[in-house]
Unconditional design. Structure first.
Length: 94
């Protein structure tokens, strides 16, 4: 793989990861809104993320905070999707 191809592929993967994370946050917000973590036997969205999705504790905490912020404020979700906000920034807004 050439240097340019390696650089291009890394950028493609970063963009795909951002898109997947944005979709995951939207889906987690909807899952939480519907009360589905409890329906699946978890005490809440955090436990669902750790037990059912296999996220680490800090990653689960971040996702829950970010999903709730994105669910509350559509502009935050859009800004995250468009790379104007990082996941950490979305968590701070939560």
């Amino acid at each position: 793989m050439t240097d340019d191809a390696l650089d291009a592929r890394l950028k493609e993967l970063a963009e795909a990861e951002r898109a997947a994370q944005a979709e995951q946050l939207a889906l987690l917000a909807e899952f939480d809104r519907r009360g589905l973590p409890e329906a699946s036997g978890c005490s809440g969205l955090y436990e669902y993320c750790v037990k059912d999705l296999g996220l680490g504790e800090s990653a689960a905490y971040e996702r829950v905070r970010a999903a709730r912020a994105a669910g509350r404020w559509p502009q935050v979700a859009e800004d995250f999707r468009e790379r104007r906000l990082s996941l950490a920034a979305v968590c701070v807004l939560a």
